[in-house]
Design a protein around this ligand. Structure first.
Ligand SMILES: [Zn+2]
Length: 117
């Protein structure tokens, strides 16, 4: 992979990282608001809705955190020069795929194999 492409992908990853960090922060704030609201809620229906909202927030935060780890991982790989290789078959992951999903760990072949199972 040439330096220009590497830089390009690094920028995409940095943008994604910033976005995920913002989302995690927003989610945490919304969850806090929901928590304080729930404290006052007397009505059962309100409480149930809040619990449901909290679950969604928690799920989103977990997803974002996992993605953040993948993004960090990809950034490290770029630094170490082992970025863009499939973790299963060690083939190069196509640049088209990396541009859409720069933190892909598997090539399209291995990925579709995993999803089928
Ligand atoms: Zn592969």
């Amino acid at each position: 992979m040439d330096a220009k492409r590497k830089k390009e992908l690094k920028e995409i990853l940095m943008d994604m990282k910033a976005l995920k960090l913002t989302e995690i922060k927003q989610n945490a704030e919304e969850k806090e608001n929901a928590d304080s609201y729930q404290h006052d809620a007397q009505d059962f229906a309100d409480t149930a809705t809040n619990a449901y909202d909290k679950d969604i927030h928690l799920e989103l935060t977990e997803k974002n955190k996992k993605m953040l780890i993948d993004i960090e991982d990809a950034l490290n790989k770029i630094e170490e020069g082992r970025f863009g290789k499939c973790e299963r078959c060690a083939r190069d992951i196509s640049i088209e795929r990396l541009k859409v999903l720069p933190f892909s760990k598997l090539c399209i072949k291995c990925q579709s194999g995993t999803e089928k199972k």
